[in-house]
Design a protein around this ligand. Structure first.
Ligand SMILES: O=P(O)(O)OC[C@H]1O[C@](O)(COP(=O)(O)O)[C@@H](O)[C@@H]1O
Length: 409
């Protein structure tokens, strides 16, 4: 509806000085309550390939005052993305390959790469100095970090409209970093929540959920924006603001991200499945049945699918968005909750995929509906073309009815 409204509405002229009808509509927009629950409306300009990200965000935030603060946040993400793209591409020339000499491990017990730590600092600082962030949560940080007061107080005086520190960012600064030294695509994944005004809370078991944690532990359905940056043959930025999913490509010649695929629609069916099949013995029956069906052409479509697996979620999801099919990191007898983290991997990617017309599930639950209980919690993930995901969910439904289920944490 949004796009038809936006694209179909001849009233919205490409230039910013709108005709009478668009002024009325803009007026209506301006008067509308500024809540993130209202889906944004885009002007026609936002579907014109070739416009820059900064122009896209200006158009989007003029038409949607409730998104105004996202303009500086996306400008920070853009700058961080360009910096990280450079760092990754030049890493073997600049001694940035390999692990930290200190042998540091992050809260997940993974040894940290030099680039894990550097990219984390790049994105953290870029977001911090927008003056818009209250809390940041990263794969590379043990716990959510509060943006220190002096940053906030410095901006309080500047930012007249809304108080500083209004947003919470969750991110994986370099997804797939285990592949980076081999030149395999990697990426940055991010999600933006509005501050939930959560207070410090004592749980029945006596443990304390501090304010920061409380503000961070929000279901994906609360996201106001989510995206990824893919560092590959080109550098791609793909994101949603809750009204469609849009892809930009970085043009080194002008130093800007340029809109190349507005309003991406994932095919309802694909011909590719993407899982780490090395784990297939550990998979549960529904998934084994689904993969066997698409591998042998005995599934719902009687089509033989091909298999692709990069081992970097951003790369595998990017391909799935464009070509369709199914990507996943399921739960199995070894990893009963899968491997991917809910807050800064599964939820942002699910928002992007759903806004492109796809589906994202644990196999039993819509990922965006899950209330996180821990910043680094993992969830099983299957996402992609709506009909492929439905086919798999159908098999889970059958199995569950038969009572053969294992408990997700
Ligand atoms: O090597 P495996 O077990 O297939 O896992 C690959 C998955 O793990 C990840 O690399 C995890 O991400 P990080 O590199 O951010 O820890 C995903 O990008 C990818 O989908």
């Amino acid at each position: 509806m949004l796009w038809v409204l936006a694209c179909g509405a001849a009233a919205f002229s490409p230039s910013l000085n709108h005709g009478a009808a668009s002024t009325q509509r803009l007026a209506a927009t301006l008067d509308a309550p500024t809540t993130s629950t209202r889906a944004p409306i885009f002007t026609e300009v936002c579907s014109q390939t070739g416009i820059t990200l900064s122009r896209f965000m200006i158009e989007a935030t003029v038409a949607n005052p409730q998104l105004a603060e996202l303009e500086s946040i996306f400008s920070a993400i853009e700058t961080a993305g360009k910096t990280i793209s450079n760092l990754v591409r030049r890493s073997s020339l600049t001694g940035l390959t390999g692990y930290l000499d200190s042998g540091n491990v992050n809260v997940q017990g993974e040894e940290q790469k030099k680039l894990d730590v550097i990219t984390n600092d790049v994105l953290k600082n870029a977001l911090k100095f927008t003056g818009r962030m209250g809390v940041l949560a990263s794969e590379e940080e043990d716990a959510p970090v509060e943006v220190d007061d002096d940053v906030e107080s410095r901006y309080d005086s500047i930012l007249v409209e809304r108080t500083a520190g209004q947003y919470v960012a969750v991110f994986d600064p370099l997804d797939g970093s285990s592949n980076v030294d081999a030149g395999i695509p990697t990426g940055t994944i991010f999600g933006i929540f509005e501050d939930s005004n959560a207070e410090c809370e004592v749980l029945p078991d006596g443990s304390i959920v501090d304010e920061c944690l409380g503000k961070t532990l929000q279901p994906g359905a609360n996201l106001v924006a989510a995206g990824y940056i893919l560092y590959s043959s080109s550098t791609f930025l793909c994101f949603t603001l809750g009204a469609g999913t849009h892809m930009f490509t970085y043009d080194e010649h002008i130093g800007e991200f340029v809109l190349t695929d507005p309003d991406v629609k994932i095919p309802s069916r694909g011909k590719i499945y993407s899982f780490n099949e090395a784990n297939c013995q550990e998979w549960d029956e529904p998934l084994q049945k689904y993969v066997n069906g698409v591998r042998t052409g005995t599934g719902e479509t009687s089509t033989k699918y091909s298999s692709r697996y990069i081992g970097s979620m951003v790369g595998d999801v990017h391909r799935t968005l464009l070509y369709g099919g199914l990507f996943g990191y399921p739960a199995d007898k070894k990893n009963v909750c899968g491997k991917l983290r809910l807050l800064y991997e599964a939820a942002p990617m699910s928002f992007i995929v759903e806004q492109a017309g796809g589906k994202a599930s644990t196999g039993r639950t819509r990922i965006l509906d899950i209330n996180p209980t821990n910043v680094h919690q993992r969830v099983p993930v299957v996402l992609g073309s709506a009909d492929d995901v439905s086919e798999l969910l159908g098999l889970y439904g059958e199995t569950d009815k038969a009572g053969d289920i294992y408990q997700e944490e």
